[in-house]
Design a protein around this ligand. Structure first.
Ligand SMILES: Cc1cc2nc3c(=O)[nH]c(=O)nc-3n(C[C@H](O)[C@H](O)[C@H](O)COP(=O)(O)O)c2cc1C
Length: 351
């Protein structure tokens, strides 16, 4: 059985959900376009929104787009549509990173992660000295495995090793004027914006310098950042993949977002410590030799604490390309679709 073609309301809901994904410096490097038959959605990289010094190979860009793809899949299920995803389907069109076939109805046999999309935010504040229960960690590990990636929750010695490497990488970034300028270029401290990182989303620095949160405002931070005591032993998890190609990065991004949304449903907060992944040598040293070969893609800090502040998102019109779709959409909307979704039911865009 196939479901009717995508309506404008469904496309908008999908674009808002996809656009709510996390991305390096909130760069939102994606564009969505319905296929001519309006039963598939194409996902493109927006290379104009790349972060070239921190991410010269586009690895983080692919991870960000992978996270958007997972949100799109989740939103499609919410609309009663199964998503069959083809990654990098056309080698001659390298910017086309995914096509989601949304023509079949979904079967509701998995937890509904859709409600978590609007509540997931990076939480850069200190967490409580309270462990995430083993059972929840087990589900997060399964979530990553289902996406073809590995989530390793680190033991104490490994946590300390990974935090030390992150500190080393952060110090290297702090000594690199061009890198610092690039990061600051994504800060939106005063002006209202549709991308980048607002002041409210920044956290304090760790008073004991154990948790090397990224200093988005430079070294020394300007305006000066206050310090707070972070959790004594952070819970750190690493996402890795067997391969290290664009498809692996897209899988890692889907795994990260699946883990993050599930964690959000459980009230577990998360933030990313990506600095050591941004330098080839520290990235290589992040690998756990005991785990066998694998490429580290993400380092996440998990715990319980205050929710992160919302960050802005680009307008739907800027990420959803409807050029060439006007006729199909007016026909689709006249004949009606499966979802009676209106714009008011679409996830609210972050303030
Ligand atoms: C590939 C990637 C790398 C990131 N690196 C960091 C990082 O090093 N430090 C940090 O605080 N946040 C990092 N983030 C989180 C983004 O800054 C965050 O997702 C973005 O600002 C949007 O905010 P939100 O997650 O609250 O929606 C990263 C996210 C991605 C996808």
């Amino acid at each position: 059985m196939t479901v009717p073609s995508l309506t404008l309301a469904e496309l908008r809901l999908l674009a808002v959900a996809g656009g709510a994904a996390p991305s390096l410096h909130n760069s939102q490097p994606w564009r969505f376009r319905p296929a001519p038959d309006h039963r598939s959605l194409m996902v493109f990289a927006d290379r104009a929104r790349a972060v070239p010094l921190a991410d010269p190979d586009g690895r983080a860009l692919h991870i960000s787009v992978g996270a958007a793809v997972f949100n799109l899949r989740t939103a499609a299920r919410h609309l009663g549509r199964a998503a069959t995803v083809a990654l990098c389907p056309e080698p001659t069109t390298p910017d086309l990173l995914a096509v989601l076939d949304l023509s079949e109805p979904s079967s509701a046999d998995e937890p509904d992660l859709y409600p978590a999309i609007e509540h997931r935010h990076s939480s850069r504040r200190p967490f409580a000295n309270r462990d995430v229960p083993e059972a929840v960690l087990g589900e997060l590990i399964e979530a990553a495995t289902a996406e073809g990636a590995t989530l390793s929750v680190l033991e104490e010695a490994e946590v300390r090793r990974v935090l030390a490497l992150t500190t080393e990488a952060e110090q290297r970034i702090s000594a690199d004027i061009a890198r610092q300028a690039e990061t600051r270029g994504w800060l939106r401290l005063e002006e209202p914006a549709s991308d980048g990182i607002p002041a409210a989303a920044l956290g304090p620095l760790d008073h004991d310098a154990r948790v090397p949160v990224r200093s988005f405002t430079g070294h020394p931070p300007r305006p000066a950042a206050h310090t707070e005591r972070f959790e004594a032993l952070p819970q750190v998890a690493v996402i890795s993949t067997h391969g290290d190609h664009p498809m692996d990065w897209l899988r890692a991004g889907q795994a990260m977002e699946r883990v993050w949304l599930l964690a959000t449903l459980y009230g577990v907060r998360a933030s990313v410590l990506h600095q050591a992944v941004e330098w080839a040598d520290t990235r290589w040293r992040l690998r756990d030799p005991a785990e066998g070969p694998g490429h580290v893609q993400m380092v996440m800090r998990l715990g319980y604490g205050a929710p992160g502040a919302p960050t802005p998102r680009r307008a739907v019109e800027d990420v959803l390309d409807l050029s060439g779709s006007t006729d199909a959409l007016s026909v689709g909307n006249r004949t009606g679709g499966p979802a009676q979704t209106t714009d008011s039911a679409v996830l609210q865009e972050d303030a």
